[in-house]
Design a protein around this ligand. Structure first.
Ligand code: 13P
Ligand code: SF4
Length: 307
């Protein structure tokens, strides 16, 4: 038996006993993703699963903003995260107070907030977005408000990538994903030269010049679907390391070039601390009212526009 087998068994037994589910983001290590995750996906997919599950307890296999989103959507369920230190450089780049000041500076413009933010930032927003629906959400809110300019927070690169795709002027913040910001256009050119014919997929948190050098840009789910649907001979996923491991398991005939950057926050979630969290019911994520109810409006508006 592999060393992780007893832990996997213990987690899956506890899940049944406690009526708990594990929502596993695409950046979880394969042991968590494949062996204990009940739902796997991108930020949007996991948020939607949170609204549908009949479980009493949600264990978030992901970072803190994802667990908060689950709690915002499901106040009657208990939501836990295996490590309270699993943060995000985008979420920590901005506060609710920053958003209040930006709104004073640009009155009459809608605020679109990436879900990679804390609950107090979401509560100050008109609508949320994820990497899979950012273009549609910006176009929707601009049309609804009758404006050609929107405030989009906090990811500077996502904002620039969306502005380029929509033609809508975007007032951005200076947040960056510490993982995706490290890829450069030169990296892409070098990797193409070393791997003729390779297909390059990039997450929209990458710098615009990286996106411009890539063949496709999309959320973690969109990248995974691209590989599954089109079966390229050789592919590069410009994103977090575990993504290639997880997508490779489902696509054994595809050759993955693996220039990856680790997300230190995602990697704080391990099989061991996930087991302890489920066993001891520690690290419960709470969002106070009325902040939760205000954030709920922004997240639900996004979900309703997405479907
Ligand atoms: P996705 O919504 O594409 O899964 O992205 C979440 C994230 O944190 C990317 O860095
Ligand atoms: Fe945040 Fe980037 Fe890590 Fe995603 S990969 S959780 S955006 S730091």
């Amino acid at each position: 038996w592999p060393a992780y087998a007893p832990l996997v068994h213990a987690i899956n037994t506890l899940k049944t006993q406690k009526n708990a589910v594990v929502l596993a983001h695409n950046y979880m290590t394969p042991d968590i993703f494949a062996l204990v995750g009940d739902y796997r996906g991108d930020s949007l997919g996991l948020a939607i699963e949170a609204t549908k599950t009949e479980a009493d307890m949600i264990i978030q296999g992901g970072v803190h903003f994802m667990a908060e989103t689950s709690k915002i959507l499901c106040p009657d369920k208990r939501v836990f995260i295996p490590s309270m230190r699993a943060g995000c450089s985008l979420a920590s780049s901005i506060t609710g107070e920053d958003v209040r000041l930006i709104k004073q500076r640009y009155p009459g413009l809608p605020v679109v907030t990436y879900v990679n933010t804390s609950a107090d930032v979401k509560a100050e927003s008109d609508i949320c977005c994820t990497s899979s629906n950012a273009v549609a959400i910006v176009e929707h809110i601009a049309a609804e408000w009758g404006v050609d300019k929107v405030i989009m927070l906090p990811d500077e690169f996502l904002a620039k990538n969306v502005a380029r795709q929509t033609g809508i002027e975007i007032i951005a913040w200076h947040g960056r994903c510490e993982v995706h910001a490290r890829f450069s256009a030169e990296d892409v050119r070098d990797m193409r030269a070393a791997n003729p014919g390779v297909v390059v997929l990039a997450h929209p948190e990458c710098p615009p010049e990286v996106v411009a050098e890539s063949d496709f840009t999309g959320s973690t789910k969109a990248m995974s679907d691209y590989v599954g649907d089109r079966n390229p001979a050789k592919v590069i996923l410009l994103t977090e390391c575990s993504m290639s491991d997880n997508v490779a398991m489902a696509n054994p005939t595809v050759d993955f070039v693996r220039p990856c950057n680790l997300c230190p926050h995602m990697k704080r979630i391990t099989l061991e601390n996930l087991y302890e969290c489920l066993r001891d019911e520690t690290n419960e994520v709470l969002v106070p009212e009325p902040m939760r109810a205000q954030a709920y409006e922004a997240v639900m508006r996004m979900i309703n526009v997405s479907f």
